[in-house]
Design a binder for this molecule. Structure first.
Ligand code: PNS
Length: 163
């Protein structure tokens, strides 16, 4: 049986750090679904549809595995979606100890609810400090974010911020 993993997140927008985790996850599982999750408590820069399109174009740009798909979840529990998909694992990237403190309770609750395990992949050292929110802030203040994003995502972010 082919193993299925779901890589959930806000991806607002997707960074090279996310894409590095995705590339590595796609080598560990038969297929990986990147899932853009709508968070009603967060104001987003890009709509779910735009985020999906930016991830798809980044995957193509970087030539990542053909076993990757991208979709979005606008409501409901992540693990319910993952169960329907037949997934065995959730993928999470972590950068610092602070990420682990935030992620461990979610991983435990997700397993309680569904039996689905969370697999953590450490970020590449070069992306250990890169987050979507930091990249948005730097871009909005006129800083160069091209080293953290694919060219198409950088272009879309600068356009969205009116830069
Ligand atoms: O990139 P983010 O914002 O850190 O991702 C957080 C995300 C989307 C993974 C988390 O908020 C989530 O799983 N939301 C889905 C709703 C849900 O199932 N909540 C219960 C989590 S224990």
């Amino acid at each position: 049986m082919s193993s299925i993993a779901v890589y959930p997140g806000s991806f607002d927008p997707v960074t090279l750090g996310h894409l590095s985790v995705l590339a590595r996850a796609s080598k560990l599982f038969g297929s990986v679904e990147v899932l853009v999750v709508h968070n009603p408590n967060k104001t987003s820069t890009f709509s779910s549809g735009e985020r999906v399109a930016l991830i798809e174009s980044s995957i193509e740009e970087l030539g990542l595995g053909s076993n990757i798909s991208v979709s979005s979840l606008d409501s409901g529990l992540l693990v319910e979606h993952a169960k329907k998909l037949g997934a065995q694992a959730l993928i999470k990237g972590f950068r610092t100890a602070a990420d682990i403190e935030y992620e461990i309770p979610m991983a435990q609750v997700n397993r309680d609810l569904s039996g689905i395990e969370t697999v953590f992949l450490p970020s590449e050292p070069g992306y250990g400090y890169v987050s979507s929110s930091l990249v948005r802030e730097v871009a909005s203040l006129g800083g160069d974010v091209t080293r953290y994003l694919t060219p198409q995502v950088a272009k879309a972010l600068l356009e969205r911020l009116g830069k």
